[in-house]
Write a protein that binds this ligand. Structure first.
Ligand code: ARG
Length: 465
């Protein structure tokens, strides 16, 4: 059924119909479309615009349509232009004249603005749940690995020793910020556009506060043109999703490196790895690589919608129909990536011996050796130079700082005494770093306690609350 046949004398060209139609993708929000219609008719009857009986008939039929669509007993007919036309046609077929009143005081412009907002809001909530679960996995890893020593890197060169708990803790902070971005978006977007009509409101005495509250919004939007033309919240969400993917891709890259034969810091579980069709020895980190790769796709969606919205005059323009496919794809992609990544790191085997050994080779304790001299009265710049000479000596003699005899130390600088070995041991190097945010056990215990509290105090977003 067409919603706008009256003014036309010719049938739509089939190619035009296909080009124009959105039913193949906007059917994804049939549930939100029906929920919005139920709120709308509830309000229409309360305002005396339709009768209570008409309301009851419409709502019952809309609920039937929703159930049948959910159960798959009703098929969506792709000859409809969009999900709005499909649901309305179904309703009219079932209820006759009552159904014809559903669209009173409403336009597809405020309807689609509402549907997309309801759908996006549900997805913001879902992504937040997945992130909170991932944070739980990370916190668990942190608690178990406060003494799992490993090298920390800058420029991908070994720099200073730290712990796996500390390294994972960096990602904990990133995903925490991602959650707070979602909360901001939720709070900013949670106003109801329904009742804005095509662009200039309507002459019916609609109660927009009522529909807003029935649909769990904080209130109605305040400008009817903005209401039908605003897609900022989609752009913000895609931006937050892009940042989540950026974080996941950085972590994935590290997992790939750590899982390599050269590093062997971790071993991915068989259930989260794949093999090669030709090289029998291979166990590939495909999941981490795909997460890294799919990041591009999510950035693409953000760029695409930003560009679609650029320069659009007020109010509604059909260009905006392009907000859906890429957004849906980006959301589904990110949700899949978070849960698979979560499962992958929860099941991987950590190899603490390889990590500690790697931290011991590569002079990650050179800064601490310099600090030892400083604590014995040598100015830092001189200490830096002395340790540089020691490192050179070690490289020539193929040994670590810890392997040098006291005589060798003293030959380069007489200040060294026997306590140098303890001062530059892996454990001391890490344990001495106890300023807040540092990897020392005390500092980490403090941060873990703070983050446990964060987990208790920061419930997942929820639409009803
Ligand atoms: N399918 C359209 C969209 O996604 C629905 C709104 C149609 N409105 C209109 N005035 N043609 O934007």
């Amino acid at each position: 059924m067409k919603l706008w046949g009256g003014r036309f004398t010719k049938e739509t060209n089939q190619l035009v119909h296909n080009f124009n139609a959105s039913i193949s993708f906007d059917q994804k929000f049939f549930k939100q479309d029906i929920d919005g219609s139920i709120a709308h008719v509830t309000m229409l009857s309360k305002q005396g615009i339709i009768s209570d009986d008409e309301k009851a008939v419409i709502i019952s039929a809309l609920n039937d349509i929703k159930t049948e669509l959910l159960e798959g007993t009703l098929q969506i007919d792709s000859s409809s232009e969009d999900i709005h036309s499909f649901v309305e046609a179904q309703l009219i077929a079932r209820t006759g004249d009552a159904g014809k009143k559903l669209h009173t005081g409403r336009s597809r412009n405020d309807q689609v603005a509402l549907d997309m907002k309801l759908y996006t809001r549900d997805e913001v909530v879902e992504v937040d749940h997945l992130l909170k679960h991932l944070l739980g996995t990370l916190l668990d890893m942190m608690e178990k690995n406060t003494e799992t020593y490993m090298p920390g890197f800058t420029h991908l060169q070994k720099a200073q020793p730290l712990t796996l708990a500390h390294h994972v803790g960096a990602y904990f902070e990133m995903f925490k910020r991602d959650r707070s971005r979602l909360k901001d978006i939720y709070n900013r977007m949670n106003y109801c556009p329904l009742g804005s009509g095509a662009l200039a409101g309507t002459t019916y005495p609609l109660d927009r506060d009522m529909t807003a509250s029935l649909l769990h919004f904080y209130g109605p939007t305040l400008n009817s043109m903005d209401s039908v033309a605003d897609r900022d919240y989609i752009i913000e969400f895609l931006s937050a999703l892009s940042t989540i993917m950026m974080h996941l891709s950085r972590f994935s890259e590290e997992i790939i490196i750590w899982n390599s034969n050269e590093y062997q810091f971790i071993e991915l579980d068989d259930a989260y790895s794949t093999g090669s069709s030709i090289m029998p020895q291979k166990k590939n980190p495909d999941i981490a690589e795909l997460v890294r790769g799919k990041t591009g796709r999510v950035y693409g969606a953000l760029m695409s919608i930003l560009t679609t919205m650029k320069s659009l005059p007020l109010a509604y323009n059909k260009d905006m129909q392009e907000d859906k496919e890429l957004t849906f794809d980006a959301i589904d992609t990110v949700k899949g990536c978070i849960s698979l990544f979560d499962g992958m790191i929860a099941t991987m085997k950590i190899n603490p011996d390889r990590m500690a050994k790697s931290a011991m080779n590569g002079f990650t304790n050179a800064t601490d050796a310099a600090d030892y001299l400083v604590k014995h009265g040598v100015p830092f710049r001189d200490a830096h130079g002395i340790i540089g000479q020691l490192v050179l000596y070690c490289i020539d003699h193929n040994k670590a700082l810890d392997d040098m005899s006291l005589d060798e130390f003293k030959a380069i600088c007489p200040v060294f005494e026997n306590d140098i070995y303890d001062a530059i041991s892996l454990k001391t190097c890490v344990e001495q770093r106890n300023t807040i945010g540092a990897p020392g056990t005390k500092a980490m215990a403090n941060v873990i306690a703070i983050n446990k509290k964060y987990m208790e105090e920061n419930d997942c977003l929820s639409v009803e609350s």
